[in-house]
Design a protein around this ligand. Structure first.
Ligand code: SAH
Length: 344
């Protein structure tokens, strides 16, 4: 029988399985504690379980460890890990320390289908979805193997589109959020989407207090079409109402990410358009000066242009912040992650 990665299971599933083996369900908590709270991946080390149970678990499951292919350390404390999955595919995960938090930026797919023109992740195309166990393994890796040895927040802003791997991402979030797992509060977990409307609708019904970020990057369909092919399927004229509905249903603010690309989407007319489409919506705009990607010719506007844009948005009543790029010197900033390492 092929073995499964134990981290694919929720605590309820593991309890059910143990009951089926005529074992006490509370052993599931012990196993979870070893795996998620201590980062142990060897059943024989689980010293509060009987020998028998350890053997039984080991005969059915494994706890795969991610191989470290490469580590990049930024002068600002950010660490980027290139991680090798069981089948040798590579993903990137980033640990970003700041004042009193450590944020893990996690990938959800190997490669990406969406081919946004400013982003490195889609350059080599799409390979596959990550499993629940692999997503959790990234979080565990960041917690136990980074210099910080700490993980307080998670953003699904690594490679891939979380809503294109919806079920695995949701299950992984529930396990990470569980008091028996990493116990990271839902409000400290952010899902970032390129604007997959069915995903936004489904999320509204999950009853999870996670943060939702939508990658907007343009305030009109013609402009967004040019940089985000997904806009042809889920155009702004439908995406923005879907975000308004999300707020109505959940009472949770949506954050709109807006990459500022020099000479493309950053003049005062763009700011006015953005103010117009978001008018009256309880939301936030996060401006991100475009990060350079070698293969793609994009540049951030000048500081002056950025602050003019920000002030104009602010003046039209929009709640706006400017994101400070982190890990730029190691290509760990937003949109700079790519799975192929030969290309470096
Ligand atoms: N697919 C999801 C999550 C991954 S991207 C999404 O699209 O939201 C995470 C964030 O990085 C998104 O807001 C994305 O648009 C942004 N990003 C991509 N390339 C970038 C670049 N070159 N500079 C700045 N941000 C970038």
């Amino acid at each position: 029988m092929p073995k499964h990665d134990l981290r694919d299971l929720s605590i309820e599933e593991l309890e059910g399985l143990l009951s089926g083996w005529q074992e006490k369900p509370y052993h599931a908590r012990q196993v979870f504690s070893w795996v998620h709270k201590k980062g142990i991946s060897d059943f024989s080390a689980m010293s509060d379980l009987s020998d028998d149970l350890r053997k039984k678990l080991a005969s059915r499951f494994f706890i795969g460890s991610l191989g470290l292919a490469k580590i990049f350390k930024s002068s600002d404390g950010t660490e980027k890990f290139l991680l090798r999955l069981g089948d040798k595919d590579l993903v990137e995960a980033v640990s970003i320390p700041s004042a009193n938090r450590v944020t893990g930026c996690i990938s959800t797919q190997v490669g990406c289908k969406f081919r946004c023109s400013f982003c490195a992740s889609g350059i080599s195309g799409f390979k596959r979805n990550l499993s629940v166990a692999e997503i959790i393994a990234e979080a565990l890796f960041l917690k136990y193997k980074s210099s910080q040895k700490k993980l307080t927040h998670i953003v699904f802003m690594g490679t891939g589109e979380p809503f294109d791997n919806y079920d695995c991402v949701m299950k992984a979030i529930r396990i990470i959020n569980s008091p028996f797992g990493l116990n990271i509060g839902a409000r400290r977990i952010t899902i970032s989407t390129s604007g997959i409307i069915p995903g936004i609708k489904k999320l509204a019904d999950e009853g999870l207090q996670v943060e939702l970020s939508v990658s907007l990057h343009a305030a009109d369909d013609a402009t967004r079409d040019l940089i985000m092919p997904v806009n042809k399927i889920y155009p702004l004229k439908e995406l923005i109402p879907a975000c308004r509905d999300y707020f109505k249903k959940t009472n949770r603010q949506v954050t709109f990410e807006y990459i500022m690309i020099k000479g493309f989407n950053s003049d005062l007319k763009n700011a006015a358009d953005l103010g117009k489409i978001l008018k009256g919506m309880d939301s936030k705009v996060n401006l991100i000066p475009a990060n350079p990607v070698k293969e793609l010719k994009i540049e951030a506007p000048s500081d002056k242009e950025i602050s003019q844009f920000k002030n104009a948005l602010s003046a039209s009543g929009i709640n706006v912040t400017l994101r400070k790029p982190r890990g730029e010197d190691i290509e760990a900033a937003c949109g700079q992650l790519r799975f192929s390492y030969e290309k470096k």
